[in-house]
Design a protein. Structure first.
Length: 95
C-alpha cells in the first residue's frame, strides 16, 4: 500500500518484513501507469492498531528509494508525481 510519494521514493505499508537493500519492482496504475525499480532503505514494525485505509493487515512500514536507469526515467517519475499531486491533492480551485 502506497504512502508518502515523492519523485525520489515512496513510503509503503507491507504485510511482511523486507530487508533493507532489497531491490523491488513497483507498478502504480493511477492516474497513469508507471513501473519503477526501487531499493528498500528501511523497514520497521508498524503499529497494527493505527488506522490504514485497507481491509488487508499491514504489519510493516518501509521507505524505498527509486533506482533510475536513465535521466528520462527520472523525468517520467517526476512527471508522474506531478500528475498524482494535481489529480489527488489539488482538486479544489480557490475563488
Amino acid at each position: 500500500m502506497l504512502n508518502d510519494l515523492t519523485p525520489r521514493g515512496v513510503g509503503l505499508f507491507a504485510a511482511e518484513f523486507v530487508n533493507p537493500g532489497t531491490e523491488i519492482q513497483l507498478t502504480m496504475d493511477e492516474p497513469s501507469r508507471i513501473e519503477l525499480k526501487a531499493r528498500v532503505v528501511w523497514c520497521q514494525k508498524h503499529d497494527a492498531t493505527s488506522h490504514v485505509l485497507s481491509n488487508q493487515h499491514y504489519s510493516f512500514r518501509m521507505a524505498v528509494e527509486f533506482v533510475f536507469d536513465s535521466p528520462a526515467q527520472q523525468k517520467s517519475t517526476e512527471d508522474f508525481c506531478e500528475q498524482v499531486f494535481k489529480h489527488y491533492l489539488y482538486t479544489h480551485k480557490p475563488g
